[in-house]
Design a protein around this ligand. Structure first.
Ligand code: SF4
Length: 452
């Protein structure tokens, strides 16, 4: 049972020393109760109090790691139902499934395609996270050989090993390379043997119970009792409505009811509830938004991968902290003193849209980025973060005048209204009003721009 802020306060030193980063012990207690602070922030808590507070300080959804090194996937530790309440922290891992009944060349081709796929968006490199290998043949040797084939093509990628047979799992682990795969799955029928393998190899284990959440909770209790702590849940539903309902219920039970037995990340298989790859992509998108930790797809297609990765990025971006680029002067191409100077805000999406179009125009340019606290052009203008005074200050701050022979600056078409004010702030400069949309920049630079 979770403790209230006042109950926690009674166990704290009550010296108000502020070392935890909060002004009083009571403020720290309140944050702890709201899961917005870590117990370790107070260096003076007694061992006795620590034990009593363990329940209150433990994350409502356990953090589970699959894989090792830079490519490891960490999911869990979420604290809110809705992204706008705070933020979602750990994006779901996107995996693609291969089966040990597929021809070796086909498996190699899929794994290579997944491992080599990456896209750039707002300055970030987006990729899929790993491969799920299924023991569809039911044969331990075939499964192990398949895992070996996958490892040869994706040496450092996290794996999910799918089999109901503990002996097949052991055989596969011999070829897996000791890189912390997720084992899927322990069921009410095989949990003792699976928990034994997971415990022996210190691996995370997925649990599947199809009938209802009570049986899943009982299974968690049994597997935890056998000494396996890193668990992932599969409540067994596959259709869009069923998965939405059960995953919302799981998140609610973990966060709102503090029901520890179901406070673990969830694994989903969108392809099993879909009739076409398009439907699979739609269900996967739903699972990204609510509330999957590991998403195992049966198809890989770059045309689907890109929107899913973009959606995941958007959902897991802190809504209170837009992705930003550093203010300053950016060179696109190799600009000369006669090249055009464009100005915009430091919202990442704005920067990369403008920079991409300028680059694509083939006209080398200077791009001046104002600190608009990560807001886009119109929002920043409305908030007073991208006005004439701010732009003029940025022009002077980064010494752009020394790089130019001309005195012309191109502002976004959406803020044409500030052109007069900007000319007042920058005496001797000509303010040119550029296009409203980044996509129109190439034509503008080729047909309107002239340094003279
Ligand atoms: S560090 Fe501990 S003792 Fe000091 S104010 Fe914070 S909770 Fe109180």
């Amino acid at each position: 049972m979770a403790l209230t802020g006042l109950q926690i306060y009674k166990l704290l030193p009550k010296t108000n020393c502020k070392e935890c980063g909060f002004p009083t012990c009571l403020a720290f207690a309140m944050k702890l109760a709201a899961k917005q602070a870590e117990l370790s922030q107070c260096p003076y808590i007694s061992e006795e109090a620590k034990q009593a507070l363990a329940e209150a300080s433990a994350p409502p959804i356990r953090l589970v790691t699959v894989g090792v090194g830079d490519k490891k996937v960490e999911v869990g530790n979420e604290t809110v139902m809705f992204r706008h309440e705070k933020t979602f922290y750990h994006p779901p891992g996107l995996f693609v499934r291969v089966k040990d009944t597929q021809p070796k060349e086909e498996i190699e081709a899929i794994v290579s395609q997944v491992a080599q796929y990456s896209v750039e968006r707002v300055g970030l490199t987006l990729t899929f996270n790993g491969i799920a290998v299924e023991n569809a043949s039911g044969d331990a040797g075939t499964f192990a050989a398949c895992v070996e084939t996958v490892r040869a093509k994706a040496d450092d990628y996290p794996l999910i090993l799918i089999s109901n047979d503990a002996e097949a799992m052991k055989a596969a682990l011999e070829k897996e390379g000791g890189k912390n795969p997720l084992l899927y799955a322990a069921t009410p029928e095989n949990w003792e043997a699976m928990a034994g393998v997971a415990k022996e190899h210190k691996l995370p284990l997925a649990l599947r119970a199809d009938s209802d959440l009570s049986s899943l909770a009982s299974l968690v209790e049994q597997v935890k009792g056998a000494g396996v702590e890193d668990l992932v849940l599969d409540p067994g539903k596959r259709d869009p409505a069923g998965t939405l309902a059960v995953m919302t219920q799981l998140r609610r039970l973990a966060l709102k009811k503090n029901f520890r037995l179901l406070g673990y990340p969830i694994i989903t298989f969108p392809g099993e509830g879909a009739e076409t790859p398009e439907e699979e992509a739609l269900i996967a998108a739903q699972h990204i938004a609510k509330y999957s930790g590991f998403i195992v797809l049966d198809h890989f297609d770059p045309a689907v991968a890109y929107p899913l990765l973009t959606l995941r990025l958007n959902i897991y971006t802190d809504p209170q902290k837009p992705i930003q680029v550093s203010p300053g002067v950016y060179e696109i191409g190799k600009p000369s003193p006669e090249s055009p100077l464009l100005v915009t805000t430091n919202f990442s999406l704005t920067y990369f849209s403008v920079a991409g179009e300028v680059d694509g125009s083939g006209v080398p340019s200077w791009l001046l980025i104002c600190d608009s606290e990560g807001m886009s052009v119109l929002t920043a203008w409305a908030a007073g973060k991208f006005d004439a005074e701010k732009i003029a200050k940025t022009v002077k701050q980064y010494g752009i005048e020394e790089k130019l022979k001309h005195r012309k600056i191109i502002i976004p078409g959406f803020v044409a209204v500030i052109s007069g004010e900007l000319e007042d702030e920058l005496p001797g400069w000509e303010v040119m009003v550029g296009p409203r949309e980044a996509v129109d920049i190439p034509n503008y630079l080729k047909t309107v721009w002239s340094p003279n």
